[in-house]
Design a protein. Structure first.
Ligand code: CU
Ligand code: ZN
Length: 191
């Protein structure tokens, strides 16, 4: 990531210097990162969750493209001990406190009703509840089916640049349109 960001900054800097020379190939610096040259444009992403005022929920999550799904793995802390918390991909990658309403609704490009892991239909952004242990810590290890991080042709099911949101209450997997999971207590952009 850092290498890529730097590579993208370099051409901008040379523009400021009014140099008309062609920009260097921007992705070259990122190449030694992985072995495979034929990888999709992005196969992994990260989310750092920030908490709403009055909440101490934090989390670091890693997302990986895995076939027709994206895995989400990591740890969320500061949750209500022993409780389940609604957890979704939301449609706008913007986490503005205090209420994180800026993240919009659940990611739902297929225009399906809200649901859960056992529903016949669901929003593509509907993730099973995050389950906190007695210390308020949830280990996340889920496979979110039907989405991809980024597609080389651009696809409606891409979640790179969207937001992950954690809620105060459990998602009941039924109530429309958002599962009745209450306030948004943490939010992070998928990047
Ligand atoms: Cu949500
Ligand atoms: Zn939903």
């Amino acid at each position: 990531m850092k290498a890529l960001a730097l590579a993208l900054l370099i051409p901008a800097a040379s523009c400021l210097a009014a140099s008309p020379s062609p920009a260097p190939v921007p992705v070259a610096a990122d190449a030694p990162n992985t072995a495979a040259a034929a990888m999709p444009p992005r196969s992994a992403a990260k989310v750092v969750l920030i908490s709403a005022p009055g909440s101490s929920v934090k989390g670091d999550l890693t997302l990986n493209n895995e076939g027709t799904a994206v895995s989400i793995r990591g740890v969320i802390t500061g949750l209500e001990p022993g409780k389940e918390h609604g957890f979704h991909v939301h449609e706008v990658g913007q986490c503005s406190p205090p209420d994180f309403k800026s993240a919009g609704e659940h990611f739902n490009p297929t225009k399906d009703p809200h649901g859960g892991p056992r529903s016949s239909s669901r929003h593509l952004g509907d993730i099973p509840n995050a389950k906190a242990d007695e210390n308020g810590r949830a280990v996340i290890d889920v496979s979110l089916k039907g989405v991809t991080l980024v597609d080389k042709d651009g696809a409606p099911n891409e979640i790179l640049g969207k937001a992950l949101v954690v809620h105060a209450l459990p998602d009941d997997y039924q109530t429309q349109p958002s599962g009745g999971s209450g306030a948004r207590i943490a939010c992070g952009v998928i990047r």
